[in-house]
Design a protein around this ligand. Structure first.
Ligand code: ADP
Ligand code: MG
Length: 363
């Protein structure tokens, strides 16, 4: 089935065309009709398979055709995500889908001045994408109210329902109307979190599970046994052998990110860094330079493991293995997105063998 045959408005079809999509991916094929139908959806599909558009397309259509007019009295759709970069990226997709409609989408995240955000909310926003922190700031100051929200989306749902965020989500739920549509999307979900997700929705939830394997089919996996002290030399060599490729390197901590970047600098290799200790402005700049190919090496912590969609990343290096096995899936999912292929190489030292085993078991 082509997007042109979907029961969505012509304006939304034009927006989708502008994204260059012709046919829906599997998760889009399964979720779009269910979401249009008003059902609650738990959408689980591998990294890079188009989950964003799976909810963006039907939601823009629904807001555009809604009988409730005027947006001054509040946001209709609330999309919650774990990181600022992801919020901005999802806003980009919504803006393209909604380009020929009057639907207004906006992302509010922390780390930047709140005044422009308050102005925007004041003018009226239909679909709001947020990270929890700034959203609660604005609610407590009285600039944002959620009583009109009829659709809640948790992207990277298992992360959002994780301990650190769970209380926030419960607070949000208390503020929403009882009658609403709830959508969860992720590449990974464990049975415990799945149960939690079920407990948050009233009506039976539809599950769209891709094969039990959460790993993107488009990624080739490699692991090398490398002593901790030798990792930097292997990385240097790897970068020289892949000079023209966009490479993402994941490390375990912020300090490690700085150290690896410094080690690369000493041997004349330029890199960008993203981690939670950086100013938001620097994080945005780094991502922009990486996207535009100004610098082809990005060193990151797990803050960038989820959701980030930079076209053309051909190689992901796990310089340190992730502490949490499921993060492996998210990290390596930064390559092999859409129809592209990618490689993932993990550097495993002797001390990391247990982590490696945990990853292998998880997969
Ligand atoms: P996920 O959230 O599942 O990890 P994204 O929504 O970030 O994946 O999409 C991954 C990539 O696939 C994006 O670059 C997006 O533009 C592309 N994509 C999504 N849907 C389609 C489609 N129907 N046809 C072609 N490319 C698509
Ligand atoms: Mg995603």
């Amino acid at each position: 089935m082509k997007f042109s045959n979907y029961p969505i408005t012509d304006e939304v079809k034009r927006g989708v065309e502008g994204l260059g999509f012709k046919k829906p991916t599997d998760i889009q094929f399964k979720s779009i009709p269910a979401i249009l139908n008003g059902e609650d959806v738990l959408g689980i599909a591998q990294t890079g398979t188009g989950k964003t558009a799976a909810f963006a397309i039907p939601l823009v259509h629904k807001v555009q055709t809604s009988s409730i007019k005027g947006r001054k009295d509040g946001v209709r759709c609330l999309i919650m995500v774990p990181t600022r970069e992801l919020a901005q990226q999802i806003q980009g997709v919504f803006n393209k889908v909604a380009k020929y409609t009057t639907v207004k989408t906006y992302a509010i995240t922390g780390g930047v001045d709140q005044d422009p955000q308050i102005d925007k909310l004041d003018k009226g926003v239909d679909i709001l994408i947020t990270t929890p922190g700034r959203m609660f700031d604005l609610i407590s100051q009285g600039y944002l109210s959620l009583h009109r929200v009829n659709t809640l989306v948790l992207d990277e749902a298992d992360r959002m329902l994780d301990l650190g965020f769970y209380k926030d989500i419960q607070d949000v739920l208390k503020r929403l109307p009882k009658k609403r549509q709830t959508l969860f999307f992720s590449a990974t979900i464990n049975p415990k979190i799945k149960k939690l997700a079920y407990s948050l929705v009233n009506n039976a939830i539809r599950i769209q599970i891709s094969p039990n394997d959460p790993v993107s089919k488009n990624v080739n996996h490699f692991v090398s046994s490398i002593d901790m002290d030798d990792k930097r030399f292997f990385l240097e060599n790897l970068i020289h052998k892949n000079e023209d490729k966009k490479i993402m390197v994941f490390v375990r901590t912020q300090v490690r990110a700085e150290r690896v970047a410094a080690a690369m600098e000493r041997v004349g290799i330029d890199s960008l860094i993203i981690h939670g200790g950086k100013e938001q402005k620097e994080r945005n700049q780094a991502l922009k330079k990486f996207k535009e190919g100004e610098v082809n090496l990005l060193i990151a912590t797990d803050v960038s493991a989820r959701g980030v969609d930079v076209p053309g990343v051909e190689l992901v290096v796990n310089y340190d293995l992730p502490d949490v096995a499921e993060n492996y899936v998210h990290r390596i999912g930064r390559t092999g997105r859409g129809n592209h292929k990618g490689d993932a190489l993990s550097f495993a030292s002797k001390g990391e063998m247990e982590l490696l085993l945990a990853i292998e078991q998880f997969l």
